[in-house]
Write a protein that binds this ligand. Sequence first.
Ligand SMILES: [Zn+2]
Length: 308
Amino acid sequence: MTRRTILMYHRVADDPADPYGLCVDPERFEAQLGVLVDLADVVPLADLVAARRPVRCLWRRGRPQVALTFDDGYADNLEHVLPALEACDVPATFFVVTGALGDRSGFWWDRLALLLGGRTEVELELDLSGSPLRVSLHGARAATDALVALHSRLRLVDMEVVDAALVTIAIQLGTDVPEPRSSRVLRHEELQKLASSPLVTVGAHTVDHRLLAGLPPAAQEAQMHGSALALEELLGRPVRDLAYPYGDPSSFDRDSVDAARRCGFATACTTLGGRVTRLNDRLQLPRWMVRDWDATAFRSHLVVWGAV
Ligand SMILES: [Zn+2]
């Protein structure tokens, strides 16, 4: 049986400020592509999912198949990812947060990281929609621990609450909310340029990167549908693929999968690790996240995951 695996990336950039571990260095990314091309067939996500039908010949094992995905819509996807894909002639799917396209203020989690970066004293008192949050941290790990605490709470609330909280945090830290220049988001015309490559498929990643679990079904559907519609209008082509924001089991629920089905998506990706088999729901596909590994470490992970 052919092994099928979906890999997840976010950024390909040499950015020293990467507290979430989202960046893969451009040279390492090229090396990772080299390993993949050696060991597997890199195929479009739709082909990989369509091919997972029941097999007649269980003893026949073809070359492993891998599909590449990139989440969020960072500008470095155009600068660094597309040239590398073109050099190896391999396809990829890019899941884009449409509400952030062209927004110079970038993603809230990157603004939060810049606000806290390097601080050894973090004293904050916030009110998140009537839910108080106090952070009092000192020492070398203050910024890291504050980032974890605040990220886990802010991902649960509406964008307006997040934006207000970031302003409050900036005031209490005695600074301004920064613009994340190195981790900026694609502009509309940049996404059009990226999407003009025949190797590129663009998928929806909601309007606001809102954590879906627990939201009313209509609100979940609006986040998915709004994202797909904006992409279809911008790119003039159907959008058939979705990635749930965050994608872990606590971030989406049965209503999310039902909403994805009602929206007509052919596939929806999670961030649960695993190989893709015919037993997988096409609207709850597993993916492995790739980190900033050199070729040897990357190959080891592919082996451990059973991808090759
Ligand atoms: Zn995301």
